[in-house]
Ligand binder design. Structure first.
Ligand SMILES: [Zn+2]
Length: 226
């Protein structure tokens, strides 16, 4: 696919480079019925370096989310259409294997039952960080934000209610992605906290730090390593 390129400031790394318009929320996460969604059309300028290899990661991310819980309508549409087709493509077998590696037996759910653990995969968390970096730009909060300044993980414990109540809530089509963010003023080194919920069930938490050092000092786990 030929893309329109131009010189501009990359919305992710802040460098002045040749860029293309990239979707903040990967377009592949939206089923065909949402093709008119205003949100999925939101784009930022991004350089080739920041985009490197993310199309394949986007596909992997989508498949993992499809398998991570109960199906809603958006999941059903994607699962019976584009996801099936992607897994039948030339490298579909490799993609399927990438996903199976994340599955663990779930004996409590029954024999031959498996669960998928999105946070065990560095590529899944990288896409979450990239979405948060793009949203931070879109909402004119911190910018540019390098990958190393962002922490992301699946939400392992519910966030305190007061914090969620304080967050500005947004929906990028509620059955695809809901998210909220909270600028943080009282913790030096921490800039904002984010909560993202995909397909009404898989939640990630993310934090943006002032710099990489602050992230390493304040929060080691789930950073950009790997
Ligand atoms: Zn860039």
């Amino acid at each position: 696919m030929k893309r329109r390129t131009r010189w501009s400031t990359c919305g992710l790394c802040g460098e002045f480079r040749i860029t293309t318009r990239e979707h903040v929320v990967p377009r592949s996460l939206y089923p065909a019925s949402k093709s008119n969604s205003k949100f999925q059309r939101i784009t930022i300028a991004a350089c080739a370096e920041c985009n490197n290899g993310t199309a394949d990661d986007d596909a992997h991310f989508r498949t993992v989310l499809m398998l991570a819980g109960e199906q809603n309508d958006a999941v059903n549409q994607l699962w019976t259409g584009p996801v099936r087709r992607a897994l039948k493509e030339v490298d579909g077998r490799r993609r399927a294997l990438d996903v199976f590696k994340l599955m663990r037996p779930a004996p409590d759910a029954g024999p031959n039952r498996y669960r998928i653990f999105p946070a065990d995969d560095a590529r899944v968390l990288r896409i979450v960080r990239k979405i948060v970096r793009g949203l931070s730009r879109h909402h004119e909060l911190a910018y540019p934000v390098s990958d190393g300044r962002v922490f992301a993980d699946v939400l392992r414990q519910p966030m305190p209610d007061e914090m969620v109540a304080e967050m500005k809530q947004h929906a990028a089509e509620s059955d695809v992605l809901e998210y909220g963010f909270l600028p943080i003023a009282d913790t030096p080194g921490l800039i904002s906290a984010w909560l993202l919920r995909f397909y009404q069930r898989t939640s990630f938490v993310s934090l943006i730090f002032a710099d990489e050092e602050a992230r390493q000092t304040l929060y080691k786990r789930g950073g950009s390593e790997g």
